[in-house]
Design a protein around this ligand. Structure first.
Ligand code: SF4
Length: 376
């Protein structure tokens, strides 16, 4: 059955017309789903019993189950959700002085293979649907009672590799009758899929684009991020310049500093040269070593020197505050661990695959996956 949360407002209107109903019912249903946050069609009490029955016959409402919840000392909460098809995904809630931010996943697994990322080595299974992306926000709001004000696509997956569903989810998240979160409070982070950056520039969505740059030469970047073998730095930055020209939106560049790799003054100089004159901001991320990963965290001294050099040479740079590091929920791209074991289970060899949750519930000798991904 179709998930009713997969439809944006206009699509839902059309669905209702196809069911022989009036289009305005979409407004009522959106209100129940995204403002009242109900978990069943039966709770939509201003909708006729007949229509509620029709909805039940044609759609599911997709309520994720919480498999695991970990809370950090700094208030960050990491969720492992049962997404109802035997798979699990992670979502992280962060608390800032300006409000609550959520880091959502866009895929189950990832194809991109970035060497510093916990998802590397985990098989790609499938894209999340728009409804499954939106449900991460709803499930966290339902669980905590907080109102989320910022959404970052920095969880598991490359959002631009699941382009249509991500864009559609943004339409639901952003819609005044949907979750009503302003587009400027939504960030999409990409490893640099150039054609999709051009496509995004045409969307007329005011969201923030973040580019995981992480290196200043093609040699180093290709070593860290295989996507660079397809889209070289020059091509990526040209796409960024064209994106800025088209949207007049500032781009955020993420640069994870790895010791003795990309954290020296020569790199800082090259980065200034590459970004000079662009409407941009650089987020410096102290890299976290992941299991079996070759990159280790740069020293605090080098991180600060790097930031200062950029700032002194006209590139606005800040060091990203690490949240949730005690629950392995620090920055998305730089996880310490690939997986977390579910307490009580004999989960030695982990495989992220459909059926995993059944295995978790029914067979303690089976493998269990809880993919741990990250946050700002
Ligand atoms: S950093 Fe992002 S794009 Fe790269 S492997 Fe990890 S999830 Fe995929």
């Amino acid at each position: 059955m179709k998930n009713i949360k997969d439809y944006n407002f206009e699509q839902l209107k059309q669905e209702l017309i196809n069911l022989g109903e009036k289009a305005f019912r979409a407004e009522q249903i959106f209100k129940w789903l995204y403002q009242e946050k109900v978990k069943s069609f039966d709770e939509m009490t201003n909708i006729s019993l007949e229509l509620r029955e029709k909805l039940k016959e044609n759609y599911t409402i997709c309520n994720f189950g919480i498999l695991k919840k970990q809370e950090s000392k700094d208030g960050t909460i990491k969720y492992l959700f049962d997404i109802l098809d035997g798979n699990a995904i992670e979502t992280v809630l962060m608390s800032y002085h300006h409000g609550y931010s959520i880091c959502v996943s866009s895929q189950i697994g990832c194809k991109m293979g970035c060497k510093f990322c916990a998802s590397t080595g985990i098989n790609f299974i499938r894209n999340l649907t728009s409804g499954e992306i939106v449900e991460q926000i709803l499930a966290v709001e339902q669980d905590t009672g907080v109102k989320i004000s910022n959404v970052v696509f920095m969880g598991i997956g490359e959002p631009l590799d699941n382009y249509d569903n991500v864009i559609n989810s943004i339409h639901i998240i952003n819609h005044p009758k949907g979750l009503n979160i302003g587009a400027r409070h939504i960030s999409i982070s990409t490893s640099g899929i150039v054609p999709k950056i051009y496509r995004l520039a045409e969307e007329n969505i005011q969201c923030t684009l973040s580019i995981s740059l992480h290196a200043t030469t093609n040699e180093k970047r290709s070593e860290m991020m295989p996507v660079n073998n397809t889209y070289k730095i020059e091509e990526l930055l040209q796409a960024c310049k064209d994106y800025i020209a088209k949207t007049n939106r500032r781009i955020s560049f993420e640069y994870a500093l790895a010791k003795d790799n990309n954290d020296n003054l020569e790199d800082a100089k090259r980065l200034v040269h590459l970004l000079k004159g662009m409407l941009c901001h650089v987020n410096l991320i102290p890299i976290n070593k992941i299991e079996n990963g070759k990159f280790t965290k740069a020293t605090n001294e080098n991180i600060m020197k790097f930031r200062d050099y950029l700032n002194e040479h006209g590139i606005v740079a800040t060091i990203r505050r690490e949240l949730g590091s005690d629950i392995d929920a620090a920055c998305r791209t730089i996880k310490k661990k690939k997986f977390v074991m579910v307490p009580g289970l004999n989960a030695k060899k982990l495989a992220f695959k459909p059926g995993t949750i059944d295995n978790l519930k029914n067979n303690t000798n089976q493998t269990a996956t809880t993919f741990i991904h990250n946050t700002l």
